[in-house]
Design a protein around this ligand. Structure first.
Ligand code: PHB
Length: 391
């Protein structure tokens, strides 16, 4: 037998975007139901990126003390670009008067889930959406954890269901319809038990390729090095992993420790051709993905949600469709700025497999143009910290 629930907004996907949207709607007095095919435990333990823009932290502040971004996370006032061993600090405070916070995505998810459950949110784990019926009078067709049919009838449906979105097919007419680009490299990521090797993040480019020295806490560190997209995570011994990392970060002796997690992150740039059809809209990775170099993924998802929450408020409270009609265009402006920045940071710092000596020298010239100019540093800092929300 099919269970049917009714709500004003059905949210497919309990990632940062879906959960924050349910919170903002709740603040406006709008009920929603959030479903996710994963278990709570799976959601809270998936390792993702860790940089929050200032605007993201400010929006998370609206969930109150449940947001630990400022208390457990760490404020970073700059990053270092390491160019073949030569360090250049990009000072965010000095160039744009803003900062970012290092606070991993799964911690953001723990905070949001706790806050939503405490507020009585109808949040269902282990419920798999199979499709959305009728973009104009939408109904989410799903299965619950036991495999029984489950449906949500809603005035509006939001697809915040990640890069393999089920909702996307209803909006774009196909599950893949979008602007798309792949890259000939990926990141090999590790988590290790060690003290930080540096006070701030180091984005390092060297003839051997790119590496990022990031952090998680005083005792756990996150680092990445450029690798082939088809690399097998078991291909390296621990010692080889440290060698691969170390040779890409000349100028700093990395502090080593037991490596307890490894993964390969493939790079894709993607923007769906459409972000809305009728009473269905896409946000976050369902709408777009970026390579991780600029740390834009989650921040961009949160920026979509900010716009869509306001648009749904106007629609469902005042019957005013104007913000919703404008959503694809307004969201696209920031999406394409972030696409450009992510692509640019990626191209600037990685060594393409077929790069010639000319390419390498041209890239170094471009890097110097950026780091040796006040305008270049400010361009990077503004994009990294996040463009003001009304821009
Ligand atoms: C991370 O800490 O996982 C991280 C930080 C910065 C990035 C990407 C990932 O650009």
């Amino acid at each position: 037998m099919t269970t049917t629930v009714r709500t004003r907004v059905a949210i497919v996907g309990a990632g940062p975007a879906g959960l924050l949207l349910s919170h903002l709607l709740d603040q406006a007095g709008i009920d929603s139901v959030v479903i996710d095919r994963r278990s709570r435990d799976e959601i809270e333990s998936t390792i993702r990126a860790g940089i929050l823009e200032q605007g993201t932290v400010e929006l998370l502040d609206t969930i109150g003390e449940a947001s630990r971004a400022r208390t457990v996370g760490h404020r970073h006032d700059g990053i270092e670009l390491r160019v073949e061993g030569e360090g250049h600090r990009i000072d965010f405070a000095e160039t744009v008067g803003r900062a970012v916070w290092l606070y991993p995505q799964h911690e953001v998810l723990k905070d949001l889930i706790a806050a939503r459950l405490a507020a009585g949110q109808d949040l269902r784990f282990g419920v798999t959406a199979e499709g959305i019926d009728d973009a104009d009078r939408p109904r989410v067709i799903a299965r619950d954890a036991e495999g029984n049919p489950f449906e949500i009838e809603a005035e509006f449906v939001v697809g915040s269901d990640g890069s393999r979105s089920v909702a996307r097919a209803t909006v774009t007419g196909s599950s893949t319809g979008g602007y798309f680009r792949e890259y000939p490299f990926a990141w090999f990521g590790i988590l290790c038990e060690a003290p930080p090797s540096s006070a701030e993040l180091i984005y390092s480019t060297s003839p051997e390729g790119f590496a990022l020295v990031s952090q998680r806490s005083d005792t756990v560190q996150r680092m990445y090095f450029q690798c082939d997209p088809d690399t097998d995570t078991t291909a390296y011994s621990e010692e080889q992993l440290w060698d691969e990392l170390q040779k890409r970060v000349p100028g700093t002796t990395l502090k080593k420790g037991r490596i307890f997690q490894r993964d390969v992150l493939r790079f894709r740039s993607f923007v769906a051709h459409e972000l809305r059809r009728g009473r269905v809209a896409l946000v976050g990775d369902a709408a777009h993905t970026v390579p991780p170099t600029g740390a834009k993924g989650m921040n961009l998802a949160i920026a979509d949600v900010r716009l869509l929450a306001a648009a749904l408020g106007a629609l469902l409270i005042d019957g005013d469709e104007r913000l919703l009609d404008a959503y694809p265009e307004t969201a696209s402006r920031r999406i394409w700025k972030a696409q450009h920045f992510s692509w640019w940071m990626t191209s600037l710092l990685h060594v393409a497999p077929d790069a010639t000596d000319f390419d390498r020298r041209r890239r170094l010239g471009e890097l110097r143009t950026v780091v040796e100019s006040e305008h270049g540093r400010a361009f990077l800092a503004e994009a990294y910290c996040g463009w003001p929300f009304d821009a």
